[in-house]
Design a protein around this ligand. Sequence first.
Ligand SMILES: [Zn+2]
Ligand SMILES: [Zn+2]
Length: 157
Amino acid sequence: MADTSSDTAATATDTKVQAGSCLCGKVRYELSGEPFTFVLCHCNNCRKASGSSFMANVFFTQSQVKVLQGESDIKVYDDTENDSGGTVHRSFCSNCGCPIFATNKTYEGVVIVTSGTLDGEYEWKPQNELYCKRRRGWVPEVEGTNRLQETFPAASA
Ligand SMILES: [Zn+2]
Ligand SMILES: [Zn+2]
């Protein structure tokens, strides 16, 4: 019983901080607490932007994200020709080209963070898969995800 109450207290007071950085290390950031969702996106532009077969992004509110270093090294590409129609502001390191953040006016106050830039391990698991209609044939469905053929209903409005 004593253990249970101390666990509860620890959960309520401890805010986990997760560090992240770009490939060259010029840009460093810190995330406080839990993401509100973890999304795999199979859309054409996320593939181009990542140079891979899909993007794996963790969604945080702006106040949870702190850039510690290299703010002036961050460049933003305004991606207007994407599947969902809105403009996605894709931030990357101007030195190494590593994609770090994305913002989108559909998600006001949200910072989308590329999970590949997180330093070390984390416990979070993907919750949603978007643009499943564009999934590469060899990429399997990820267990436990909510799968949408396109984007979130709110984002297509
Ligand atoms: Zn870099
Ligand atoms: Zn996408």
